[in-house]
Structure formats: C-alpha cells, structure tokens
Design a protein around this ligand. Structure first.
Ligand code: DGJ
Length: 561
C-alpha cells in the first residue's frame, strides 16, 4: 500500500470513529482487551459487582444475589466421591452457595499439564443440587504457609525461593520476591479461569473467586531473604508513594497515623517513610504480597473476570506481625493493597473473634464491600448474620467447616431446623426485600446480649428502641435481628429474642401506637400472614416482639395519636 493510500485510509478511519458515537470507545477497549472482556462478561450476565445506592451488590444473571453460604473443610472437595453424599445435605440447610477449596497441586500436578476433573465435577455436582460456588484458589499460600503448591514447585527452592526468617533458616513459605513463583501461580490461575469460563460462562454456577488464603509471613514480621533485605533497604516504590499522596485524605486512619507519625515523607527507604519497628515490616510485606496476589488475580480476570477477593487472618488483641500472618490485608495495611493494583474487588475478614460487629465495621469502610468468607456457624452464626446483613449490607456470609458433621456426626449442622438453618431459612424468604432496600438507609441490624441489652435505631423518621425480650420477667440471653422500613408507617423485621418500642425521632407530643403485628412467611415473594400477634405477644400494644427460640418474620403497622 502506498503511503498516500495509507494516510487516506487512516483519515477515513478517524472520520468514521468521529462519526459513529461510541466507536472510539469500542476500538480502544478492543485494543486494551481485558476491560473489553469485562464489559462482555457483564453484558452476558456474568456475576459482577454493582453499586445499589450506598451498597455494593453481587449481580448474577441480571439480578442482585445474596450469598447465604458456608465453607467446606479444606480437604473435602479434593474428592468428588467424598463430596457426593454431602451436597444434598448442604442444600437442605438451606444454603445457596458453597465456598469450595480448589488447590494448585491437584490442578497442575506436572508443570504445564492441567487436570480440570475437580472443578468440572464440582461445578456439575453443585449445579445438580441447585447450589452456587465460590472457589478458593489455594495456591502459593494458605494460612501463611505454602503447603498447597505442587511438588515440582515445593522441591525447586532455587527457582521458587522461600522466606528466610530471623534465624537465617528458610521456611515452607514461598517468598513474594520469587518472580517465577508469581508467574507460575498466575499461569495456573489463568488456566483455571479459562476453564471455568468454558464450562460455566453461561450457567454462572461459580459466582466469585478467592485468590490464595490468609496470606502473610508467619513466625517473623518479614521475609529476611537476601532479595527481601535488598528491597527493604531500598526506596519505597514510586507507585506506593504517589498513591499515598493522591489519597491522603481517604487513607484509613490506622495507616495514615503511621505514615504521618514518621513525617508523611514523599520518598525514602521503608524505615525512613514509615519509621522503625514491626509495623514497617508489616507494611513492606503487605506491599509485596499485594503486588503478587494482584498479579495472579489480574491474570485470572483477563480470562474470566469474576469478582475476586482475598481473605484475612485477623490480628488478635496484643499480637504483633508474625504472630498473625504479616502482610495480609488487615485494616492497617489495606491501603497498601489498594495501591498495588485493582484486580481485587474485596478485602474480606475471617471473623472468629468475639467482637464480630467491630470487625464488620472495620472492614466495611472506604468503599470496601463486606464479605465474610469464614466465621463461626451454630448459635453465633445464627445471630451474627443479622448484623452483617442488616447493618453492613454484606454481600454474603459463610461459616467455616459446614461439612464437619461427616467426621464428627453433628447432625444439627445439616438439619434445616438447626441454628444457622433457622436464620438462613428466614433470610432466604426475605432476601429479595433486603436486596431491594439495601443502600437506601432504610435497614438496620443488631446483636443484643445481657452486657449489651439495648440499642437505638433511627429509621424513616422513627426512633426505634430495641431491647432484649423478656418472657414473664425472664430476660432472653440473646437477641438478634434486622428491620426494614418498608413504608411510611410500616416495618418488616426478622430475628429472635428482642422487642422494639417506637416514637417519633423528633419527639413532640405525638405518640406512636402499634396498629397491628402479623407473623408470616414469604413464598416466592408473596406474603402469607400467620397469627395476628396481640396481647402478651405484643406486650399489650407496647412493643413489637420477637420471642426467643424461633427465628421469625413479622410485619408491624404503626399509627399516631
Ligand atoms: C482459617 C483458614 O482460612 C481455613 O482454611 C481453616 O484452616 C480454618 N482457619 C480452620 O479453623
């Protein structure tokens, strides 16, 4: 083609781009590739995250989806036969989603040779039981350690270097500085995501991916291998420094304080910028884990852009980095993880600590949606799910080790009338209403116990005084629930062991009375009223009561006098 011709065609192309609205965008996206695939995945209804008012929702097949989930024990899904009798019991709890480990060692037993028997079979069997999946990619790290990489990775410590700790000895933790480790993990994860897109790109059984599991250095506050020492003594990378400067006002206070206490410098070594001490080791490790995991996640997203998250082993009271995995996305270093990339959509807490609500609050900040991949089930989970959902509008809730009954014969875990199941059954029924009202400031959740027997909520111009229920002078030991303002003088509630009295938020001479309280159920979104609750059941008109022992759904209508 002669030069004139070429210029002519380029000119023609430019005119065409200018003339057709949106064509410029399409061409740019096609060149960039990955975002184009993202748009394509969303257009085709692939699971993705979407803002709904102030909330972030998981959208599946065009509709918001609430994960009422549970996580399997680590080794159960390594055998399709072992899992076969478990699936129907999980479906009867009733869960809608199972968090399912999937390990690098079983997918790529020999380098470059992939075996997708497990993901294929797990997807098929979940589907047959009407369940969705979140896969946990157990690869370079799980619980800080590196026991899940294939043997060809584990035994080649030259190509895939290890963390070295204080005593100078290498440990079974892959070093984040191992470029080949990062590339090998990313290649395997990309191959897995490609396979999931091939076998599930239409059905959307798989909703999200967890990348690695509870990463961070255990046993020391940082990696002290020669490569790590060299990086630690070098300058803080520009990418991180610019992020801090550009986002200074939005940084989480736990992190901002550390940086500002050391002088809020815009360059320098890690110790110059963040000061000496284990907190700097943790920040250094967070940066290096974040670069690695963001890279793995991005490689997977380029194949199939499902929402992706990392889970966190939380710090106990008075514990220091290394006692918990140093560098995982704890609140004090979450900004560092954000600065390293944007392939990860959620930083998620594994909440086993008793201060459940506090951890929910700490993770649901600065635009981070709450998702709880691991926590307690049983009576604790039965209550906590109401706070996570009602107060923090979580994308999902998932107690760990739901199939423990197989080993320990604890049938309550699978009994639909078991503790968690009671809450999930009520929440399953009202999920469409919860999702409709999320992000609008019309919903609240609470947890009560004898040390915290009451709380106040302001919804729709009313002040709700919520307290532990009392039956014939005996206080309930636990109260939990959520309430939604569904109309100007109407609330929907679910939970157990509490009562609510109403007044106008602004006070004044007007009283608020209870017009009616009905218990009921929803069947396919249609309200089926049961008893009209009056007399003892609404404290002679003084309170909206949710008696203990059962998890109930009730509607109240108010009037003014
Ligand atoms: C947290 C881990 O992420 C899980 O895989 C599991 O090991 C549990 N701890 C066990 O309590």
């Amino acid at each position: 083609m002669c030069r004139r011709n070429r210029i002519g065609r380029l000119q023609h192309l430019r005119d065409l781009i200018g003339a057709v609205p949106g064509l410029r965008v399409v061409i740019v996206l096609a060149i960039v590739g990955f975002p184009f695939r993202l748009a394509h995945a969303q257009g085709s209804g692939a699971p993705h995250l979407e803002k709904h008012g102030a909330a972030t929702q998981l959208v599946v097949d065009g509709k918001p989806f609430l994960i009422l989930g549970a996580e399997l024990l680590n080794s159960s899904p390594s055998s399709l036969d072992y899992m076969r009798p478990i699936w129907p019991r999980l479906a009867s709890i009733p869960l809608n989603t199972v968090l399912t480990p999937l390990s690098w060692e079983l997918i790529e037993p020999r380098e470059g040779q992939f075996d997708f028997t497990l993901p294929d079979g797990l997807i098929r069997d979940a589907r047959q039981n009407n369940l969705r999946l979140v896969f946990l990619w157990l690869a370079s790290w799980k619980n800080g350690m590196s026991s899940y990489p294939p043997l060809w990775v584990k035994q080649d410590t030259h190509r895939f270097p290890r963390v070295v700790e204080k005593d100078g000895a290498p440990v079974e933790i892959l070093s984040t500085l191992g470029k080949e480790s990062m590339q090998a993990d990313a290649r395997a994860f990309a191959a897995l995501m490609r396979r999931i897109r091939e076998v599930d790109g239409d059905a959307h059984t798989v909703l999200m991916m967890q990348v690695e599991n509870e990463v961070g250095v255990l046993g020391d506050s940082r990696d002290r291998s020669p490569a790590a020492n060299q990086a630690f003594d070098g300058p803080v990378p520009k990418q991180l420094m610019s992020y801090l400067q550009q986002h200074r006002d939005a940084l989480l206070p736990e992190f901002r304080q550390v940086w500002e206490a050391a002088g809020a410098k815009s360059s320098g070594t890690w110790q110059e910028v963040f000061g000496p001490g284990p907190q700097t080791d943790e920040i250094f490790m967070a940066w290096n884990y974040a670069l690695y995991v963001q890279h793995v996640a991005a490689a997977g997203k380029a194949e199939y852009p499902l929402p992706m998250y990392v889970n966190t082993w939380l710090a106990g009271p008075q514990s220091s980095p290394g006692q918990f995995p140093s560098g995982g996305p704890l609140p004090e270093v979450m900004d560092v993880w954000k600065a390293a990339g944007n392939a990860l959509d959620i930083f998620a807490p594994d909440i086993y600590a008793p201060n459940f609500a506090e951890w929910c609050d700490r993770y649901n900040r600065a635009g981070n949606p709450l998702f709880i991949p691991e926590t307690h089930g049983g009576a604790a989970g039965q209550a906590n799910v109401f706070y996570a959902l009602g107060q923090r509008e979580t994308i999902g809730f998932s107690p760990f080790g739901i199939d423990a009954f197989v080993d320990t014969d604890r049938p309550a875990l699978t009994d639909p009338n078991g503790e968690l199941g009671k809450s999930y059954e009520a929440l399953r029924q009202i999920a469409p209403i919860i999702l409709q009202y999320e992000g609008q400031g019309k919903m609240a959740g609470f947890l009560l116990d004898p040390d915290h027997p009451r709380t106040k909520l302001d919804l729709n111009g009313y002040r709700l005084e919520v307290s532990l229920d009392e039956i014939f002078g005996t206080q309930a030991q636990t109260g939990f629930g959520l309430v939604i303002a569904t109309g100007p003088a109407e609330f929907l509630g679910a939970g157990s062991g509490f009562r609510i009295s109403f007044r106008l938020k602004e006070g004044g001479p007007v009283h608020v009375g209870i017009g009616s309280v009905d218990e009921g159920t929803f069947s396919d979104n249609v309200w089926i009223p049961g008893r009209r609750l009056n007399g003892d059941e609404n404290d002679q008109g003084k309170g909206w009561r949710f008696a203990p022992y059962r998890v109930r759904i009730e509607k109240v209508v108010l009037y003014r006098y």
